[in-house]
Design a binder for this molecule. Structure first.
Ligand SMILES: Nc1ncnc2c1ncn2[C@@H]1O[C@H](COP(=O)(O)OP(=O)(O)OP(=O)(O)O)[C@@H](O)[C@H]1O
Length: 595
């Protein structure tokens, strides 16, 4: 419950004074609802039932309705009753809209802050957490927290209503109310086990949702593999197994709910029977007194059971509160830069990017280093190629150069200044990165391009498309730049996607262009077009290229060969190609494969 209380404190801070207005409204509605009971008393009195009992504490303070004609009083009392009920419902309506807007405003704030915090978290958080878990947290778990906050508000209202109704019931009959109250407390004590069970089930719900989300996300991402490799049956079996768990969980929930209802309803019947028996046989109770017993029971007992079942449901949401809170804490600790709100200037590279004794490993508990003793200078406005066998550390080196990952030892220096949280944003303003797996949004080509440069002119856009050998195919599309390209650009070929992402990178007019296997899906014709384009821009920006296909980097000013996280060779393309070593070995293998 600690986490729920923490959230409600934040809700209270978010609402400010409005919280008290809401509370006052709730009290008013409760009083008006309670007046319904009050009005029943004169009604009963008019009908002559209550007077005969003479047991009510309240009756001492009520005028004697015997003095009035029943016919004259009844319409007045009924009129007041209707008025009170209508007024109560009008206020209730306003209050619920008001509460919902406060509640939703708060949840929006939680959602936006959490997502913002996530977006500004460091890269390490994303490589250590499953994306599907993050999506699950931001959707399903947050929705459960949303429901939990709403439930807490309802619970609070219910508690206020109940407290006021207890007060009113006390006026009607202190003894009976005390008895009902005591019974309620005793039952609440014994029904703690339902709350515990509910929390355990809530944990199970969160876990099942996490597994379901992770599995479905993975499978839909890999649907092509599944279909081509005939894996449908095994995937369906996976879902059937998980589904069995989900069905069982729902049955367990239903069982828990009906157990607790049985407990409360059974207890209520026993209590009423015992009380009426005692009242009739021992205290010679009258009809009026019996009616009050039933009235108080019928008003208070459903409140108690309602509160109990709200507590149970709230307990099932606790794991979601805990999960959201821990993600908030994790992202808080993983913030990349403290100065994230500040719009930073572009950092133009003048001389060089330097790696000084850089060492890095993904897991501090393991001995395996992804990069070791990297000493490297990447001169500004030159083209540097990074090559090597798979797993050599090329992409890791790029992540270090862009500040996504921080060296465990050593430094990255940008024109002599250490790369840190303070200047990383400025550096990235001037970087365009084209990854191995190009990412495009499910929007139009134009929208995908403008995302990096919203004010780009038509001329700029077509210039970038020409550069990346895209202009021709875009012109041929029926809607040209406004063609929708589908999920992750599925309506385009792999090569078209790569070229489009390259166009986007160029549109940003970067000072540093990083291409990580960015031309691997291109045919020789398009590849040579891009090579020629790169040749034209050489000298105006710093280009860093990772390439397996060594023909791509023929024009590089510097080639760096990485193996098992270490630089094993460094020099000009020609120099390395003619010498003996890893590069020559890789080159000869590729030429061998071609011939
Ligand atoms: N997120 C990660 N968590 C743990 N280890 C990782 C992670 N990413 C990469 N590695 C490890 O770091 C080493 C270097 O990987 P990296 O991706 O940098 O190689 P690469 O040269 O880019 O390979 P490729 O050419 O296949 O893309 C590898 O041993 C790899 O297993």
């Amino acid at each position: 419950m600690k986490e729920v209380i923490k959230f409600m404190k934040r809700f209270y801070i978010y609402c400010g004074k409005v919280w008290y207005i809401n509370l006052a409204g709730m009290v008013l509605v409760s009083v008006l609802e309670g007046m319904g009971i009050f009005l029943l008393v004169p009604l009963l009195s008019v009908s002559g039932i209550l007077k005969s009992s003479g047991s009510s504490f309240l009756m001492q303070y009520l005028p004697s309705f015997d003095d009035y004609s029943v016919k004259a009083i009844l319409p007045i009392v009924l009129g007041i009753y209707v008025l009170v009920v209508v007024l109560q419902n009008i206020i209730q309506r306003k209050l619920s809209i008001f509460t919902i807007s406060m509640h939703q405003g708060f949840i929006q704030e939680v959602r936006i802050k959490l997502y913002e915090s996530l977006l500004y978290s460091n890269w390490n958080l994303f490589i250590t957490k499953r994306k599907s878990d993050l999506i699950n947290l931001l959707t399903i778990e947050l929705a459960r927290v949303n429901a939990g906050v709403g439930l807490f508000m309802q619970l609070l209202t219910s508690l206020i209503f109940t407290a006021i109704q207890i007060g009113i019931a006390f006026c009607l009959s202190p003894n009976i109310t005390a008895f009902v109250l005591l019974s309620g407390l005793i039952l609440a004590f014994f029904s703690r086990k339902f709350i515990k069970r509910s929390k355990l089930l809530g944990n199970k719900t969160s876990q099942l949702a996490q597994h379901y989300f992770a599995g479905i996300t993975d499978q839909l991402n890999g649907i092509k593999d599944i279909k081509v490799n005939n894996l449908e049956t095994s995937r369906l079996q996976w879902l059937t197994r998980l589904n069995d768990g989900m069905v069982q969980e729902q049955i367990d929930y239903a069982r828990l709910k009906s157990d607790s209802q049985l407990f409360y309803k059974g207890a209520s019947a026993i209590l009423i029977a015992v009380f009426i028996y005692l009242s009739v046989n021992l205290f010679q109770g009258q009809a009026g007194q019996l009616l009050i017993i039933l009235l108080i029971f019928s008003k208070l007992w459903p409140r108690f059971t309602g509160i109990q079942s709200s507590f149970e449901q709230l307990a099932s949401y606790i794991p979601s509160f805990v999960n959201i809170h821990s993600l908030e804490e994790e992202t808080k600790l993983a913030q990349e830069s403290e100065a994230r709100e500040m719009e930073s200037e572009r950092l133009e590279l003048v001389n060089e990017i330097e790696c000084r004794d850089v060492t890095f490993r993904y897991n501090q508990k393991e001995y395996h280093y992804a990069l070791e003793d990297i000493n490297l200078s990447i001169p500004a406005n030159r083209m540097t190629a990074i090559v090597g066998k798979s797993g050599g550390g090329k992409s890791t080196l790029i992540d270090i150069l862009t500040g996504l990952n921080q060296p465990e030892q050593g430094d990255v220096l940008i024109d002599g200044h250490r790369l840190s949280g303070e200047n990383v944003k400025a550096l990235r303003q001037s970087i365009s990165y084209v990854p191995q797996d190009p990412f495009l949004f499910n929007e139009s080509i134009r929208d995908n391009l403008l995302i990096v440069h919203p004010d780009a002119s038509e001329e700029d856009i077509w210039g970038a498309l020409e550069f990346s050998a895209c202009a021709e195919f875009v012109r041929k599309l029926p809607n040209g730049l406004d063609t929708q390209i589908g999920d992750r650009g599925v309506k385009l070929s792999g090569g078209e996607r790569q070229r489009l992402v390259l166009a986007r990178a160029i549109l940003k007019k970067p000072s540093i262009l990083i291409m990580d296997e960015a031309t691997s899906s291109l045919d020789t014709e398009n590849e040579s077009k891009i090579q020629m384009a790169l040749e034209r821009i050489k000298g105006s920006m710093t280009i860093i290229v990772i390439a397996h296909r060594l023909s791509t980097i023929r024009n590089a000013d510097q080639v760096v060969v990485l193996e098992k996280g270490r630089i094993v060779q460094k020099g000009g393309f020609k120099q390395l190609a003619e010498g003996k070593g890893m590069f020559q070995h890789l080159l000869s293998k590729q030429i061998g494969n071609l011939s």
